[in-house]
Design a protein around this ligand. Structure first.
Ligand SMILES: [Zn+2]
Length: 321
């Protein structure tokens, strides 16, 4: 029997014998570019555009998932074909067109982050959405990767024409000097970013509560744990619903599969686990479409409960034909 190497070399000889040598066409430079990062789907009469703000390649260490042995984290990631070195963290926002309003949910970094982020503006333009026409901005929580994009480095509001609706619980926490001073210096970045972004227009913000519609057809639901005011959203139109999970479940390949794993950034870890399971149970039972801010773009699909967690079924635009 031929082994694999013999087979390959025999095949190469056969191919060389069969064909006259061809000129090489490898002189063109590699492009390295992708399609613009937007993805359109509908929920009832609403049109949703998932929008990619970019990603950051970095390192993960044993602090990322502190209640699991780092070797087991790496083993799991390898089993799911998730890059480990470098580890890629990505950021995905969305716009809901309700027919009457254009609603942006979370905002990425604008020009305040790594050069591989801040792509929302270009992707909005590629998707045919004028940033100036955004009527309402909804904020899931006050972590920098979700709010930096609301105010650019020059200090201007990026969506100046929009009403900004924020979770009252996160406003109370992250805008408090007292709360900031109670944590170690290394943990103060999120407080400082919240101050930078929101202090100049604090009086214009609408602080809102769970259980209410924050925009027509978009209801805020309690999903604290990641932050004290973390908010997920149910987008409803007709008989269709979309659950915007936000950061209540980080990358579903890791945290839907293993809902009891603690994310280092979750401020109240047991509460975050409880919230994650509550949301994913609901999505699985009701077969709701979901989005996750840190899933691989387009960051939308379905989850299904298993004996140990939830399977994740990402969606592609070819599912929509
Ligand atoms: Zn985040």
């Amino acid at each position: 029997m031929m082994d694999r190497r013999q087979f390959l070399s025999t095949a190469a000889v056969a191919a060389a014998g069969a064909m006259a040598p061809l000129p090489a066409f490898a002189a063109a430079p590699k492009l390295g570019t992708q399609a613009p990062g937007f993805f359109r789907f509908t929920i009832g009469d609403f049109e949703i555009t998932a929008l990619h703000d970019g990603s950051v390649a970095g390192e993960i260490d044993d602090k990322r998932i502190p209640n699991v042995k780092f070797d087991d984290v790496v083993k799991h990631m390898e089993s799911q074909y998730i890059p480990v070195k470098p580890f890629v963290n990505q950021f995905n926002t969305m716009v809901v067109n309700t027919g009457a309003k254009l609603v942006l949910i979370d905002a990425g970094f604008a020009n305040n982050g790594a050069p591989t982020t801040g792509k929302l503006a270009a992707n909005l333009a590629a998707a045919g959405i004028d940033a100036k026409s955004i009527d309402t901005v909804l904020v899931s929580h006050f972590h920098p990767d979700h709010i930096n994009g609301l105010r650019n480095k020059e200090g201007e509001l990026v969506y100046g024409g929009a009403e900004h609706v924020v979770p009252a619980g996160d406003f109370a926490h992250f805008m408090s000097e007292e709360k900031m001073n109670a944590v170690p210096e290394a943990a103060r970045g999120a407080f400082k970013t919240a101050q930078r972004v929101f202090a100049p227009n604090a009086k214009d913000l609408r602080q809102a509560e769970w259980g209410k519609e924050w925009a027509p057809g978009i209801t805020a639901i309690q999903s604290d744990g990641h932050t004290p005011g973390h908010t997920s959203f149910v987008v409803s139109s007709g008989n269709k619903t979309l659950l915007v999970v936000g950061d209540a479940c980080n990358d579903p390949r890791i945290f839907a599969k293993n809902p009891e794993w603690h994310l280092g950034f979750d401020l109240d870890k047991p509460k975050a686990v409880e919230t994650r399971k509550k949301l994913l149970d609901m999505a699985s039972a009701d077969r709701m479409q979901v989005t996750f801010y840190h899933a691989a773009f387009p960051a939308t699909g379905f989850v299904s409960k298993t004996a140990t967690g939830y399977d994740w079924y990402p969606m592609s635009y070819t599912d929509l034909m």
